[in-house]
Design a protein around this ligand. Sequence first.
Ligand code: SF4
Length: 244
Amino acid sequence: MVKKEITSAAKLKKELEEAKAELASRNKKLKLSVKTEPKKKAEPKKKAEPKKKEARKKVEAKKKAEAKKKEAKRKAEAKKKEAKKKEEEAKKKEEEAKRTYEEELEEQLTEDEIKNFAIDKTDMDKLVNRVTEMIASYATNGILQNILWRKLKLSSRDGSRLALKLEKLGNITREKILENGRWTYLLLIKKIPISTISIENAPCLVCPVEGKCSTDGEISPKTCVYIEDWVLTELKTKKRHETN
Ligand code: SF4
């Protein structure tokens, strides 16, 4: 009985040692698996890191290349603009150096020759008044002389002489301007001449009640039908002249 107990104890001891060994082995395996697990997880990270870096580098390089391209484009455009500006300035200087036909005329003709300028078979007083009134209708904006000569069907030769005449008479001023790369003159009104032509058909000149007519009286220009008709007719005539 005692022997059996001893045997059982030894067996028990053996079993216990085996169990211990088993436990130790399991512990070791467990430790190993705990240690190796993070490594396994960390591995893909390590592999992804250089890829990300590479991609970042590529994006940065692309950005740099684009910025370089933009800068080169900006520089090229600035260069082009500068060249165009220089070309325009040179053209302007070249034009400024050119003398106008009117400037040459002014040198060739005397003041009297300009003032007495006349066009064949033309009533110059009427023409001067008409042109002055037309220029006056453009007020401070003025009108380009070539446009005016076209309206009046005048040659540029006659037109230029007429403009000089009007200036010498003190009716207009001429402003030299560069229009579409060519020098011309802007004609501006200075003084509207008093003309008897404008009142030669006025009803008051032959009115039988002119003596009784006053602005505050019973007979007055404010209520006069004759003067109203005359003003309307004059306006229509003036407009017709301007459109011709
Ligand atoms: S405004 Fe009439 S009424 Fe008076 S003078 Fe002239 S035409 Fe005669």
